[in-house]
Design a protein around this ligand. Structure first.
Ligand code: ADP
Length: 988
């Protein structure tokens, strides 16, 4: 097909690829290339790039023009398109003639103006980080006026767009202006850091302000707030690194991410955006991580590319009722400059790349993210959330780096569009737990004892991956050591432990009443419970004196330590907040369970399953839970926050746990048992109904395929609620209605805690299932948690889950005894040769095992030899995948010897394993002797002609083999052609 025709046929796909992100960047990059190639004239460009016209219209204009210009221009258009969007699907084809190549034009053109055109793509790239400097030179040389500069630097432009506007302006100013720009670029130093790049000495007042700002940040961040109620713990003493991961797979990242990588360029997926999202569960350590970054910056120990750092807490921004300008927001909420506010603010505006903003807890903001109200003017006043949203989008102060933290459920695609990257904070690693406990207990003896007791209770150890639970467990170590093995299992157990701990340690009252601890403190629980419950309904996390009074919270209640004084630097008003958001949810749950003031619909509304929606459409359930007289003021416009659903879910999980049979003795004298029974029945019914709703959504299988269920949002949460209840009959009942062959829970944020709950519930399934948990954070601890449900598992998919040899050892020790267990996929974990002895044993013993996939791990020749030992004695394996290991020729030879007489092997992959011709010759024996083999994958190895000859010979005697894949081996084009002729089943 001619390329000109392709431009017509693929018009929709091309337009989509160029415009779907909403940013003009892709289109402008294509235009840059076509201009530089001389395929578009300057007039063409101006006709296409009409500012103010919709992006789609400009893109259509380009396609029209390219089409009119004919075959050659269309070819170059496709080449430019592919350079800009190499991964775009459905655009261009290999045979389309898109092979037109883009010429690199000579650097030395006859005039500077021409050079600006022919070098345009690279000039944009070079100028984007130093627009200020180029403008300064143009102004000094008299070519630009300040109005020209303003036009170039309009805050709605991205840095690349500013660079293009600068080039466009320069063109209109003539040859000598073009010369100034080229000279500027030539002299530009290689950038080291923004500060040194500009050899900038900030004005004295700015430096003074920086000093004041950093000392205030240092003072605010040196202690950890959860310890406020009990003792002061310095962040330096207790801070333990959490696990950081990029949300998107990224090739250029080796090893774990460090703190500074959050702000750095690594893993950037959208260069035009300046906002980084750190997402993680409640209690996962997001605020603490920001606190650490703040402290390190304030001390000059990190992030020194930034001259000023402005930390914001969305929780505190909620209480800002006034409309503010950006200047007021910065100075009133972070640090007030003693003098020359205007100059300092101007410096901030002029040097966005030297400024860092952090916004903690976007999920706690009353308003959900929206990009409806655009604001570009830094002096215009607006409600704080509008300022915040415009900063995040970059319409205000483009170029300032922003780090935002949030729970994952609370941010939608609309927000994610403005992110340069997302980093996941996944709590503590096993060694992190160890480290934290040792830091928490100065007495090494106690630390060792706590760790020992954690090791004997793996459910509890799983919970400790969440830093807030690790903190609670360490805080209550006496209770922990005092209770019997395994008695603490659920999150509710852990929170009840801290409740008891605080009551018994903070209260000066001696219990002479004979009442149990809860009875004795029931009033406090109810007061704080009401405060928490109302607060969650109203997205309120900081409470005023009036709020406390309304709920009857007394001085004595405050002294118990669950509330801490809020450091509201904006209003200086005294406020209180719960030690942690999860603690507020726990008290709300206590209120729901114990109070006689909630109405009958509270529990059903709490358990409603619904998807989280963006911008003012999310549920209003909590409000509806409250008796109408108690309903607090909603944020204006009826907007609700995306935080509501996660908070409601955490609260519901606690309600399930508190109503568990195991805890009912505790409530005995606090609430009439008939009321309690009724609430239990309500919860059980809600869980059962919620589950059924999920099961109903399972589609009927296509003929010949298995019935499969892909977990919808909320499924894992319901499973966790059932686990909290710890009542077998509830789990059994839920699972009795689930009839699927395959349960898919990929990308569901499943860590060790979720694994415990899943295993508890799934073990009651009636028929064996395939369990697909790819792309989660199961880890070795999670694997151990899954063991109780392995007997109902016929296949287990754990690709990309951070599992090591130790996890495999435990898993296989169990599954070897499970009759149904037949398939395992462990692509992309941390496995080495040390795990192969366990697989070998499994293969020897389980003569119904069918599929073993170990791709992209670290297996070598030694591992392959171990596996071969097991394979020799196995008579059932059909699929063996070892793609992306390093088994080499010797490994391939060992496998070949073990498999050559197999009667079951259907598929073998040794792609990318450093196999040469010796290995291929050995593998020929499998083809010769094994009559079941259908596909052999040897792509990306070092096989030469002699190896392929041997494969061809073997294939002459075998009609079963369908294909042998040999792409990317050491063969010349002629050899490939010749061999293709000789054996059509060879695929090159
Ligand atoms: P999030 O903001 O994700 O809800 P927080 O940062 O408030 O979580 O963490 C809750 C508690 O867990 C903290 O108050 C602290 O006690 C503990 N914690 C969290 N992260 C760390 C860490 N990196 N090192 C030490 N303790 C931590």
């Amino acid at each position: 097909m001619f390329v000109q025709e392709l431009v017509l046929r693929q018009r929709t796909e091309i337009l989509n690829a160029l415009c779907s992100s909403g940013s003009a960047e892709h289109l402008e990059q294509v235009l840059d290339i076509l201009l530089s190639q001389g395929e578009l004239t300057w007039e063409d460009y101006q006709n296409i790039q009409v500012s103010g016209r919709a992006l789609h219209c400009n893109a259509r204009k380009l396609l029209d023009l390219v089409y009119i210009k004919g075959e050659d221009t269309c070819g170059l258009f496709f080449a430019a398109f592919k350079r800009v969007l190499p991964d775009a699907k459905g655009v261009g084809t290999s045979s389309s003639g898109c092979s037109s190549t883009l010429e690199e034009k000579e650097e030395h053109q006859s005039t500077c103006t021409e050079t600006l055109l022919t070098q345009r793509p690279s000039l944009v790239e070079k100028l984007r980080g130093c627009i200020d400097g180029a403008l300064e030179d143009l102004v000094t040389s008299g070519h630009f006026t300040s109005a020209d500069c303003c036009e170039v630097q309009l805050p709605i432009h991205t840095p690349c767009q500013q660079a293009r506007r600068l080039l466009d302006h320069v063109r209109s100013k003539g040859e000598s202006a073009a010369k100034v720009v080229l000279q500027f670029i030539q002299h530009k130093q290689e950038p080291v850091s923004p500060l040194s790049q500009e050899k900038l000495t900030p004005p004295k007042e700015v430096l003074k302000y920086q000093k004041k700002l950093s000392s205030s940040i240092s003072a605010q961040s040196c202690f950890l707030s959860t310890y406020g109620g009990t003792s002061h713990m310095s962040l330096d003493d207790i801070y333990t690194d959490g696990q950081l991961e990029l949300a998107h797979n990224c090739v250029d990242v080796n090893g774990p991410l460090g703190l500074e990588d959050i702000v750095g360029a690594v893993g950037t997926v959208n260069k035009e955006a300046d906002t980084v999202l750190v997402s993680g569960e409640a209690g996962g350590g997001k605020s603490t991580l920001l606190q650490r970054l703040h402290l390190l910056w304030a001390r000059g120990a990190a992030l020194q590319d930034f001259l000023l750092l402005f930390p914001f807490s969305c929780r505190r921004l909620n209480s800002e009722q006034r409309e503010l300008s950006l200047q007021e927001l910065l100075f009133q909420h972070c640090c007030w400059p003693d003098r020359q506010q205007e100059e300092i603010f101007q410096f901030i505006l002029d040097h966005p790349h030297l400024i860092l903003f952090t916004f903690d807890g976007l999920d706690e903001l009353k308003q959900s993210f929206s990009d409806e109200h655009r604001l570009c003017c830094p002096t215009q006043r607006a409600p704080v959330h509008i300022l915040l949203f415009n900063l995040i989008q970059g319409s205000l102060m483009k170029g300032v780096r922003k780090v935002v933290t949030s729970r994952p459920e609370a941010v939608g695609p609309l927000f994610k569009k403005h992110l340069c990257k997302e980093v996941l904070l996944k709590g503590f690693s096993p060694s992190g737990i160890d480290c934290f406990v040792r830091k928490h207990h100065s007495d090494a003896h106690v630390a060792a004892k706590v760790l020992e007791s954690l090791r004997t209770n793996t459910a509890l150890l799983g919970l400790c991956h969440s830093p807030v639970l690790c903190w609670i467990v360490s805080q209550c170590h006496k209770e922990l050591l005092g209770c019997g093995e395994g008695s603490l299992q659920t999150i509710t157990d852990v929170y009840l432990m801290i409740l008891q701990h605080f009551f018994q340690h903070q209260s000066s009252l001696k219990n002479t009443t004979g009442l149990c601890w809860l009875q004795q403190h029931l009033q406090t629980v109810l007061h704080l419970g009401k405060l928490a419950f109302d607060g969650i309904g109203a997205t309120c996390y900081i409470f005023s004196g009036t709020d406390l009074e309304t709920c009857g919270v007394t001085e004595k209640d405050i002294c118990m330590g669950f509330l801490m004084q809020s450091k509201d630097i904006s209003t200086h008003a005294e406020g209180y907040e719960f030690l942690h958001l999860t603690m507020q949810c726990f008290f709300a749950a206590l209120y729901i369970v114990l109070s006689d003031n909630t109405d009958r619909s509270t529990i059903p509304k709490l358990f409603e399953t619904q998807k989280i929606k963006e911008a003012g459409q999310s549920s209003r359930c909590f409000i509806a839970c409250l008796p109408s007289t108690d309903q607090p003021q909603r944020p204006s416009g009826g907007e609700t926050t995306a935080a509501e659903t996660p908070n409601r879910q955490i609260t519901a999980t606690f309600v399930s746990g508190l109503l568990s049979q195991r805890h009912r003795n505790l409530w005995l004298h606090c609430c009439p048992s008939a009321v309690m029974e009724k609430r239990v029945r309500q919860v059980v019914k809600c869980l059962s109904k919620g589950m059924q709703k999920h099961f109903k959504s399972i589609p009927q299988p296509v003929e010949g395929e298995k019935k499969s269920m892909h977990a919808m949002p909320g499924f894992v949460w319901l499973i966790k609620c059932i686990y909290e209840m710890q009542e077998d009959r509830v789990a059994k009942d839920a699972m009795s209605k689930l009839e699927v062959d395959h349960l898919k829970l990929t990308y569901c944020n499943i860590g060790p805690v979720e694994c415990t709950a899943l295993a508890y519930v799934l073990q009651h399934l009636r028929n064996p299932v395939g369990l697909q948990l790819d792309n989660n954070s199961v880890g070795d601890v999670g694997v151990e948690q899954l063991l109780p449900c392995m007997h109902i598992c016929n296949s287990l998919y754990l690709r990309n889950n951070n599992i090591t040899d130790e996890g495999i050892r435990k898993l296989l020790a169990k599954t070897i005894q499970c009759e149904h267990f037949k398939k395992i996929a462990l692509f992309n974990n941390n496995l080495t040769d040390a795990c192969t002895q366990h697989f070998s044993r499994l293969l020897k013993i389980k003569q119904n095992f069918v599929s073993l996939r170990l791709g992209n791990n670290n297996l070598t020749e030694k591992g392959a030899k171990q596996l071969a030992e097991g394979l020799k004695c196995n008579h059932s394996l059909e699929y063996l995948g070892l793609w992306g290991n390093k088994i080499g020729d010797a490994g391939a030879e060992a496998l070949a010897t073990a498999l050559e007489n197999s009667k079951t092997l259907v598929w073998l992959s040794l792609v990318d394993n450093g196999v040469g011709s010796a290995g291929a010759c050995a593998l020929s024996n499998i083809i010769k002797n094994c009559t079941s083999l259908e596909d052999l994958w040897l792509t990306e190895n070092h096989i030469t002609r002699s190896g392929v000859e041997s494969l061809i010979q073997a294939m002459q005697h075998n009609t079963h083999v369908k294909s042998v894949w040999l792409r990317n081996n050491d063969l010349s084009l002629e050899e490939v052609e010749e061999m293709k002729q000789r054996e059509s089943r060879l695929i090159f």
